[in-house]
Ligand binder design. Sequence first.
Ligand code: CP
Ligand code: NVA
Length: 301
Amino acid sequence: MNTQHFLTLDDLSTKTLQSIIDRAIDLKSLQNDGAIYEPLKNQSLAMIFNKASTRTRVSFEVAMQQLGGTSINLNPSETQIGRGEVIKDTARVISSMVDGIMIRTDSHAKLEEFASYSTVPVINGLTDDYHPCQLLADLQTVQELRGSAVGCTMAWIGDGNNVCHSFMNAARLFGFELQIATPIGYEPSSEVVARNNSSIRLSNDPREAASNADVIITDTWSSMGQEDEKNERNNAFTGFCVDQALMRLAKKDAIFLHCLPAYRGCEVSEEVIEGPQSAVFQEAENRLHAQKALLEFLMKG
Ligand code: CP
Ligand code: NVA
């Protein structure tokens, strides 16, 4: 049987994704009740971080510990990866010793190459193109607060980036409408637009996108690897800050999501991120529960 990876949401069926989200909610309540549940005893997860991380690093490490297994953090600069060992050798060696591998890197093609040589499940912990683990937590949060993502109207205000691409995939797979507003020149990739065309609406007007939304989402204007473009991007995104005026265009009980880290005064105002509609800390905590459900699904056997 082929090894089951999780490189984008499309690696799993909607039914399986939904069962992982439901399971995340169950595991969250088990954890809150203080229950010990260790289905991954003696199993190991290798984590390779080519980019910085707070939430992904902590949530995967704690997830493995709570599930009874262990994790190993491999910093490329302290391993042979950073000295040019080829992906196909690294993938075969690491996967011969561990039970799962989480990778955060730049190129999605490199992640796919790694997965093609890995004999154990590979999980995308973010690439330049996608961030599917974030979506598991985001959909869990929407389910907890709104009952279901199905039939919702969501608004993505800002950069057409990796998280936006995963939201676009989610819109098609889960049946919600995603109203996307980006500045001209910062639209999502045309390939991802084509694949999800029937579930998304593109514009360059944040007010139009926010209109009547159940969920408003944004992310940093400069993703990791785009630090040199920061000034140019800050100028281009003028008018795209999610502030109270924009939130007022959404439904009265709309929620605000942001994968974090957030830059107050840029993509979101202090008032909105700290306000009553913000679910960003519930969303961040859900990274732990959603990934526990994902690890259980991929590694329990
Ligand atoms: N949202 C998210 O992936 O955060 P980190 O970069 O801190 O892992
Ligand atoms: N779009 C952001 C997400 C960080 C979690 C980035 O890629 O840096």
